[in-house]
Design a protein around this ligand. Structure first.
Ligand code: TIU
Length: 222
């Protein structure tokens, strides 16, 4: 069985039971004028993971393994936006307001679309999710269980928000998750660092971490 020499111990995975998950590689989180920018974040901190995720996507496609893309966004009528989420903080613009890339965090608007480098190709599952957890009010769990997918390589933004929420919730439902260290970024480098450490602490209480090079090498040797 293939394995990655991950932290805190080797991550073994069956190739028929494994997928790459790319979390929220959207313009709203990576480009000026989007949701993250409106919250006051330094979006430049996100950029390094974009080419890394592109390489991982190419490796998974070449190996014939599934890729699942998520996007955090809401229905145009905003019926799925909790008031608490819309009202939180003091942003320049709120969810649903008009921004330079269309309405902030609304499905179908240019800002909610994927950055070109990490966009899905035909046949890959795209999950629109209203929350931070990819399993909340989506068909993610059904997709994984009907295809007998049990092992997830996780990438995307941001490490300390949607990425770790998804990894923790998937872990609770019995999935083995490995977070690719250089395939994820945070607006706060210190939060990324601490999140990576917290996930693998206590004997991998939430899962594993590894580097993209290890994944690409392992898949190219299959
Ligand atoms: N603000 C922040 O760090 N993240 C989010 O709001 N969503 C995701 O992490 N995708």
């Amino acid at each position: 069985m293939p394995y990655i020499d991950a932290k805190p111990f080797p991550f073994e995975f069956g190739i028929d039971h494994t997928a790459l998950v790319c979390i929220d590689m959207q313009r709203d989180f990576c480009e000026p004028g989007g949701f993250a920018d409106s919250l006051g974040n330094n979006i430049e901190n996100i950029a390094p993971c974009i080419p890394v995720i592109a390489k991982l996507q190419a490796a998974f496609r070449k190996a014939g393994l599934p890729i699942i893309h998520t996007k955090e966004c809401h229905k145009p009528d905003m019926s799925d936006v909790p008031l608490a989420k819309r009202n939180r903080g003091n942003p320049k613009t709120r969810i649903g307001d008009q921004g330079p890339m269309g309405r902030i965090l609304i499905d179908g608007e240019p800002g909610s679309d994927f950055v070109a480098e990490n966009a899905p190709i035909e046949g890959e599952l795209v999950i629109a999710k209203p929350g931070k957890d990819t399993l909340y009010r989506t068909n993610f769990y059904e997709y994984l269980t009907t295809r007998l997918i049990t092992h997830l390589f996780i990438t995307g933004v941001t490490t300390d928000v949607c990425v770790q929420t998804t990894m923790r919730c998937a872990n609770d439902r019995g999935f083995d998750c490995v977070l690719v260290e250089d395939g994820t970024e945070s607006y706060f480098p210190e939060f990324k660092e601490v999140t990576l450490r917290a996930l693998v602490a206590q004997g991998g209480i939430v899962g594993w971490t590894c580097k993209s090079e290890q994944v690409v090498d392992c898949l190219s040797a299959l």
